[in-house]
Design a protein around this ligand. Structure first.
Ligand code: HEC
Ligand code: HEC
Ligand code: HEC
Ligand code: HEC
Ligand code: HEC
Ligand code: HEC
Ligand code: HEC
Ligand code: HEC
Length: 485
């Protein structure tokens, strides 16, 4: 990241950035797209009165919600059309159990539009072809429903009688494909039936999914200074406020939402959590990415080493359809948006310095480990020394853990201020894996072609030159230099 990338963009550019890509219009937008004459379904009272006995907990939660206060009842959300695939007849009414983002979008158009096309909404679609190898082979089909689907979502199947297939429901996965074709689930973050925004502002709304070896954001956040201050000053966070603009409504500490979705100064809030991310951090090699927004609202991320598509041009999308480009956010712009959040509480120099440190860790991972390891794996596959079947050979697990777990942890740690995850839980394990597991296993697989397929690829690379310094002695292993010799 060059320094010029950081300096404030001209006013007009900021406005285009903000209005086209970061939510549009003023920080405080129209709250609900419909006027109240569209809700308060007369059959709703029966639902409430009976459900105050049948599963009374959820009716009580609705009683305590903003929806109840505004007069939005059970039927306003659960009503369905007889022609909907998941419509069921229930106590004389046609209802559906699933209330999809599209249903919420009747009233919450802004949030619905931002959420559709976001990385979250695509979380099932982009892993669907990888499920057989990971979930079914390594685990077993039963694992899908209780693990992957709970976080990523499922393709919900409806049985002939309108009931939902238990192999695919319940879950409130973030990219679930709903019977009406819409993607995701608003109750991933907004627990039902309160649907509270205060609750969703808490880190806890995110960490159910964002924790563990490959996306350790819970652990990273808690270990960061931000997590430390949040824990100490939670009551100053003003989580119940109607508006929640960092720097104005609260200053104690940022939460996940502050940095990835929340309003900060002039930056509006947005339900697309990916907008402000310049890199992809959970990939074998990280790339800086353009965000392409199409006329129809869908989005696509493209590596920044390719030419940026032009506004108004047509582009072939992964699903085979063509889309007209409405706007393109460069990685630089996306970084500027993220930095605008930091600037509410930190100085420019501090923020720039932090971002430089973070970017250097990603570049180090790429150059030293990610790219060579990927090239070595590609060589072994091309030479027919590994089968194409994923996870049937030890090195495939070793390589997977190198980038997907340890490498992701190092990059997440550096991006979100946990020195522990950047090094001990991250890059230290990457290095240990690379030198002590991956390379020895790759050499064994390559056998007599080990120089051509493995060591030859590292020979001229500066980061690995230390291996050829036999006299470099240090007391690091707890032995005196004499003991090492
Ligand atoms: C006379 C009592 C009664 C009334 C009225 C009633 N329900 Fe129910 N409802 C139940 C009971 C009992 C169950 C649990 C049935 C079961 O276990 O399958 C249920 C189940 C449900 C389910 C879950 C279905 C599933 O897939 O598991 C939904 C959603 C629901 N009701 C919504 C409504 C709505 C909306 C209304 C208003 C139109 C309503 N209910 C009216 C008693 C009632
Ligand atoms: C703001 C919209 C909204 C309102 C109002 C609402 N629901 Fe729901 N309800 C949902 C959503 C979303 C789900 C989750 C379904 C899914 O996506 O899997 C749900 C799920 C359910 C379920 C099945 C899940 C479970 O936990 O058992 C029942 C039963 C239910 N609702 C009943 C009711 C009743 C009764 C009322 C009125 C007191 C009501 N709902 C009001 C949105 C709503
Ligand atoms: C605890 C929640 C959780 C579970 C369970 C889970 N994932 Fe994920 N997965 C995530 C999160 C969060 C990310 C995003 C990581 C990031 O970008 O930082 C992710 C990322 C991925 C990616 C990388 C996607 C990309 O961006 O290319 C794949 C592939 C994947 N998961 C597959 C699976 C499969 C298959 C399963 C089940 C065997 C599974 N996941 C189970 C939460 C989960
Ligand atoms: C990734 C978590 C997440 C998901 C998924 C999510 N929301 Fe939200 N939502 C939030 C957070 C966090 C806030 C509070 C934002 C703030 O105040 O900065 C919020 C706020 C809201 C608000 C209040 C807006 C206001 O200005 O008062 C509405 C309405 C809303 N969400 C609707 C939805 C709908 C509809 C969906 C599904 C299309 C959805 N949300 C999905 C996290 C989420
Ligand atoms: C029929 C219209 C309608 C539908 C459908 C609807 N809502 Fe709402 N929603 C409202 C109204 C009205 C409010 C109150 C607005 C206010 O307080 O200014 C509200 C408020 C909210 C809030 C803010 C709550 C708070 O703490 O202030 C959230 C979050 C939310 N809705 C989410 C959802 C989700 C998720 C769905 C779908 C499961 C949904 N809504 C469906 C009309 C609707
Ligand atoms: C129900 C599970 C779930 C919840 C809750 C959830 N996420 Fe995610 N999130 C995911 C998965 C799965 C992915 C990976 C999606 C993909 O790669 O398409 C992801 C991806 C992301 C990304 C990466 C975007 C990118 O550029 O690749 C960010 C940032 C993120 N989530 C932030 C949040 C925040 C902030 C919250 C809470 C307000 C949250 N998430 C709540 C499951 C979840
Ligand atoms: C102080 C701001 C800040 C806080 C707080 C924060 N993040 Fe991040 N997060 C970042 C930055 C900066 C990046 C790297 C952005 C980039 O790619 O340029 C990032 C990256 C991520 C990614 C990786 C996206 C990818 O490209 O794979 C995920 C997922 C994520 N954050 C989720 C979370 C969750 C969940 C929390 C709360 C537990 C959280 N973040 C708290 C600033 C923050
Ligand atoms: C709502 C206010 C707020 C926002 C927004 C915020 N921070 Fe912080 N940050 C703090 C506070 C408070 C501390 C603790 C101050 C201290 O004692 O060092 C802190 C500490 C830090 C530290 C540790 C400093 C040290 O000396 O150990 C880093 C690094 C950091 N923030 C980076 C960022 C970055 C990068 C962003 C934007 C992506 C950001 N912060 C956004 C409030 C904020």
């Amino acid at each position: 990241m060059s320094n010029s990338a950081f300096s404030a963009p001209p006013y007009w550019a900021q406005m285009i950035l903000l209005s086209c890509l970061l939510g549009g219009g003023p920080v405080v937008a129209e709250k609900v797209a419909l006027d109240p004459s569209n809700w308060g379904h007369e059959a709703g009272e029966d639902c409430v009165s009976c459900h105050s006995k049948a599963s009374s907990g959820l009716a009580r939660q609705w009683q305590d919600s903003a929806h109840q206060v505004a007069g939005v009842n059970c039927m306003d959300c659960h009503q369905a059309d007889r022609s909907d695939v998941d419509a069921i007849e229930h106590e004389g009414q046609i209802i559906a159990t699933i209330v999809s983002p599209k249903d919420c979008g009747r009233c919450h158009e802004k949030e619905f539009k931002e959420q559709q096309g976001s990385v979250h909404a695509e979380a099932f679609a982009i892993i669907e072809d990888r499920l057989p190898a990971l979930a079914d082979n390594v685990g077993g089909p039963a694992m899908r429903a209780s693990s992957c689907d709970q976080c990523h979502g499922s393709r919900v199947k409806v049985r002939g009688d309108g009931t939902l297939d238990t192999r695919t429901w319940p879950n409130s996965g973030i990219g679930r494909i709903n019977p009406d074709g819409s993607k995701g689930s608003c109750s991933s973050c907004h627990g039902r039936h309160r649907f509270s925004k205060a609750q969703a502002r808490e880190p806890a709304a995110c960490v159910r999914c964002h924790s563990g070896p490959d996306s350790p954001d819970k652990e990273v956040y808690e270990a960061s200074k931000h997590g430390m201050i949040y824990a100490a000053h939670r009551e100053e966070m003003n989580l119940d406020a109607p508006e929640w603009v960092a720097g104005r409504d609260y200053t104690a500490a940022p939460t996940c939402v502050t940095c990835h979705m929340g309003a900060a100064g002039k930056l509006p809030s947005n339900h697309d959590v990916g907008l402000r991310n310049a890199w992809n951090l959970n990939s074998p090699v990280s790339e800086r990415q353009y965000l392409v927004v199409f006329e129809d609202g869908s989005k696509l991320e493209l590596p920044a080493n390719e030419a940026a598509p032009k506004r108004g041009s047509e582009l072939l999308r992964p699903d085979g359809t063509r889309g007209k480009v409405k706007a393109v956010a460069t990685p630089k712009r996306r970084r500027q948006a993220m930095s605008m959040v930091c600037l509410e509480c930190h100085s420019k120099g501090f923020t720039r310095g932090f971002m430089d440190q973070f970017d250097s860790v990603v570049e180090l991972f790429n150059d030293k480990f990610g790219e060579p390891a990927r090239a070595i794996m590609a060589g072994l596959y091309d030479a027919g020394l590994l089968t194409q079947t994923p996870f049937d050979e030890p090195i495939e697990f070793i390589y997977w853990e190198l980038w997907h777990d340890e490498g992701a942890r190092a990059r997440h740690g550096a991006s979100m201020m946990s020195p522990n995850h950047a090094w001990w839980e991250g890059m230290y394990l990457v290095g240990r894996n690379f030198y002590a597991r991956f390379l020895p296993e790759a050499r064994a697989v390559a056998a007599e072609r080990r120089h051509e397929l493995v060591d030859g690829l590292l020979e001229d690379q500066a980061p690995h030159r230390w291996l050829n310094q036999p006299d470099q002695v240090s007391p690091i292993l707890g032995l005196s230099p004499a003991g090492v010799r």
